[in-house]
Design a protein around this ligand. Structure first.
Ligand code: S3P
Length: 441
């Protein structure tokens, strides 16, 4: 079966209202926390993508049953540490860094040894960031070179820790929070600001977690060994998926889009702040609160003139998965855009900073790099007419999405390989593009 697409035409102007797929971070967290709640939780609009299916398969392997009725998953939990773990269990996190990092916190007391594996991309990613704090808790964890496979054997002797999380990684912070649920006493984290869905969900569940918001850091205190009840949750849209449609609209001519019901938690909306600094006019309308999370409709119009940006590094974490598509806007903007301290991009599903620079080179954009800082020399007249082939990107879904949006806004004849990468976060991406009018073969 072919696993590539061809794009040979830019998209015509459009005015549409769409919904993108559900939030991946919140979907994974809702399944994991439902597996630790007492009773049956009901989760509707769960993202049905590979990363979330692997999360569902994981809890099932650990003894938690679920069923799907209409649009709702019913997950029956037995409380914190309520897994029923069998001998010789292997968990396959597939492509999902979030699942692999978070699940470790929930199996630290396992009666039997558990092996954690992942796909080719995940097997290249660093796990020292979670192995180090887990060892401080007293967990028995083995891995060669801090890579997968990891073996974890449960312990009864966990102790609370006081941890300084300096990366600004929500996966690390969440792994520590989930480990703290299994640990007696109060665990304290000083965490560089990152997405806070785990904290908000635990607060919504009335779990004893306290968060003191600082400018750059949060101080989080988690009381261990408490229980929480099952819950209902309706997952909102994912701003990381929406970002590709935001930029598609911005860079197309005479177009408008409304993206309904998207999670616009401030720890996720860096892309909107950055694009508005560049001259875009993106508005959040009908803002409302849902279980501690902020939801809104995103209104975007095309914009002929965009300016370069000097992007403050403090926005990095709130746009960490969106820089690829932000760089495309910088490529079309007037002037030299500057981005700093983006080393974390190289720790994702692929080495995204390296690949982004290659990609920009391929479409004729000058980029200067110094360590993890880059300057992008924008060209407002950029039009593509050559043949382009995108391959060997470790099936990174976001590189695939970036390539499609580039082809549809700048032109050229594109062959984009590894179409199935979209299943990791946004399986209906191509369907929505076609609905808006994109011609894709
Ligand atoms: C995620 C956190 C981010 C992000 C990833 C999802 C999460 O990773 O890149 O796609 O759901 O916690 P880091 O926390 O490692 O930055």
């Amino acid at each position: 079966m072919t696993n590539h697409i061809l794009i040979e035409n830019k998209i015509n102007n459009f005015e549409k209202k769409i919904q993108v797929s559900s939030d991946k971070s919140i979907s994974i967290r809702s399944v994991l926390l439902a597996s630790q709640a007492i009773g049956t939780s009901k989760i509707s609009n769960l993202l049905e993508s590979e990363d979330v299916f692997n999360t569902l398969k994981t809890i099932k392997k650990l003894g938690i049953n679920y069923t799907k009725k209409k649009n709702t998953y019913h997950i029956k939990g037995f409380g914190v540490n309520g897994f029923n773990i069998k001998k010789n269990t292997t968990i396959n996190a597939g492509n999902s860094g979030t699942l692999a990092r978070l699940i470790l916190g929930l199996i630290v007391k396992s009666k039997y040894k558990i092996k954690l594996i992942g796909d080719k991309s995940l097997s290249k990613r660093d796990f020292s960031r979670v192995i180090n704090p887990l060892r401080l808790f007293g967990s028995n964890i083995k891995s060669k070179n801090n890579l997968l496979p990891i073996e974890i054997s449960g312990t009864k002797f966990l102790r609370p820790i006081n941890y300084d999380e300096k990366i600004g990684s929500a996966q690390v912070k969440s792994c520590i929070i989930l480990t703290a649920l299994n640990t007696p006493g109060v665990t304290r984290i000083k965490a560089k600001i990152s997405r806070n869905h785990t904290e908000l969900m635990l607060k919504f569940l009335k779990y004893p977690i306290k968060v003191k918001r600082g400018e750059k850091f949060d101080i989080i205190n988690i009381q261990g060994l408490k229980q929480f009840k099952s819950f209902n949750y309706n997952i909102p849209g994912d701003i990381s998926s929406a970002s590709f449609f935001i930029v598609l609209t911005l860079l197309s001519k005479k177009s408008k889009i409304i993206i309904e019901n998207v999670n616009v938690n401030k720890s996720r909306t860096g892309i909107i702040t950055i694009l508005n600094k560049m001259g875009a006019d993106i508005k959040l309308k009908n803002k409302r609160l849902y279980n501690g999370e902020e939801i809104a409709n995103i209104h975007v119009k095309s914009k002929e003139k965009l300016n370069a940006v000097n992007c403050p590094a403090k926005l990095n974490s709130s746009a960490i998965d969106e820089f690829l598509i932000i760089f495309l806007v910088a490529a079309k903007a007037n002037g030299i855009s500057k981005f700093k301290d983006l080393g974390e991009m190289n720790k994702k599903e692929s080495k995204r900073l390296d690949l982004a620079i290659k990609f920009l080179g391929l479409i004729g954009i000058k980029v200067k790099r110094f360590e993890n800082n880059i300057s992008i020399y924008g060209n407002p007249n950029l039009i593509l007419s050559d043949n382009y082939e995108i391959k060997n990107f470790l099936k990174d879904h976001r590189i695939f999405f970036l390539s499609c949006i580039t082809a549809l806004t700048l032109g050229g004849n594109w062959k984009i390989n590894d179409k199935d990468s979209i299943n990791s976060s946004f399986p209906n991406f191509l369907k929505i593009l076609k609905k808006i009018g994109a011609k894709i073969n």
